[in-house]
Design a protein around this ligand. Sequence first.
Ligand code: FES
Ligand code: MG
Length: 577
Amino acid sequence: MTDTGTHGRRRSAAWFGAEGRSGMVYRSWMRNQGYTGEVFDGRPVIGIATTWSELAPCNSHLQRVAESVKRGVWQAGGFPLEFPAMALGETLMRPTAMLYRNLLAMEAEELMRANPLDGVVLLSGCDKTTPGLLMAASSVDLPAIMVTGGPMLNGKYRGGDVGSGTQVWRFEAELAAGRMTQEECFFAEGCMARSNGHCMTMGTASTMASMAEALGMQLPGSASWPAVDSRRYETAQRAGQRIVAMVAEDLRPSQIMTREAFENAIRVNAAIGGSTNAVIHLLAIAGRLGVPLALDDFDALAREVPTLVDLQPSGRFLMEDFCYAGGLPVVMRELGALLHPEPTTVTGRTVAENVADAECWNREVIRTLDDPFQEAGTGTAVLRGNLAPNGAVIKQSAASRHLLTHRGRALVFDTPEDYLAVHADEDLPVDENTVLVIRGSGPRGYPGMPEVSNVVLPPKLLRKGIEDMVRICDGRMSGTGFGTVVLHVSPESAVGGPLALVRDGDWITLDVPARTLTLDVGEAELERRRAAWEPPPPVADRGWSRLYTEHVLQADQGLDLDFLVGGSGHPVPRESH
Ligand code: FES
Ligand code: MG
């Protein structure tokens, strides 16, 4: 048995194996739950970190998932203990669930370290809960396995499939164009969410579940089982069995999530047409592990990878179809030589071994390398230029081809609210060539860098049949969103990034093939504007928002707090009694 904290014994033995008064205190209060004495016999104590909450609807079934995990832990001779970690619901939380990802990560990290745990199972679902828990587990580095809650069943409306998130923007545009009534929209929104689970488009939740699987942190195939599929619960039980073995093997996140594993994840993200949010989350997780990873790695690694999966928002199908087609193992097998075969995963086997037998059951949904859904080089691109010295990203597969090279005049708004207040005005000086610049949406400025960047187009253009125009923003876009939207502009406007200096009428050139974003204004003029620029007042004078805005890193560094980068391991803390 590997020493995981105290004198050759299991970490939990420092609590439950203790003698005298301390040991009595540690055991006695636990016994108020009616456990028989043998749970203290030195067996692995497995924490189940759950982000269950009725306020996080995508995670509201995780209590049932936890019960399945517990079965597996008991079966394998472990002692399972479920505990709550901050649940982040993407749909309800204001100003954005992203403001709280680091708080979840910080809370879960401290709970794992302060308690008598030998290993942890991470239960997540909605967008931010997956990276939040992976960040925590990375900083603690106890054996850990993730079980995501799975996607909702496909939405169904009037005989067709309805993708969560993605269809909201389409409904909104239909409503604005007068092609749908308010009553029809209300009915349709119910049809979109017809079972437990997270968004069933390839939005951020499905992307991050896939990233957890690609990184080797969840069992093969488990990213795509629908939340209500019995096989999701089988997988959870297997994960419970497996974590007990992982404790015996002392198989920890730092051994699984290596540089090679991140390179695999980035390539898988390109192959699945995954969310741009994965860029930020993977950078943050890597930062916790001390794995060197930079924004430019995403462009360089993804460039050679075609998109294989025909899923919304870039394509046609939904996660249920992806699951029945064979899911992520098929994609990873198909990528073959584009992936590193050797990283170890939670199965104890390598990536290549895990997917060797994966078979595809629907080639419309998961295409081959020879006949991909989208050519290599059409994934998320990293742009640079005088408007984004530290980088920006654009999801090419969700953009309009004809706008990927574009020159237009800027129409600038200091906040998304400023734009939305006037966007329906008939005399708004805008046409299809205009470049909408929406600033004030960055990590510090909003705060939390919300998913507001793909603002709805002005109704007067929608009515003309214009469906897309170039938008540039220091915020994020939902993984379910689409459009020619330059995102994550860094540094953000609130800290004086060049985005803060753009004025109405300036020419902006977007050249995605050349990976550039240029403000066509001379350096002398920019210098004059910079001298006159005044920073916005702080958004908060107390509480979490203050701590957050004082310490958050910019988008190109993953938006972690500066003092949370890295890890502190899992030493047994000092006595509490
Ligand atoms: Fe929770 Fe999309 S809102 S996953
Ligand atoms: Mg989202």
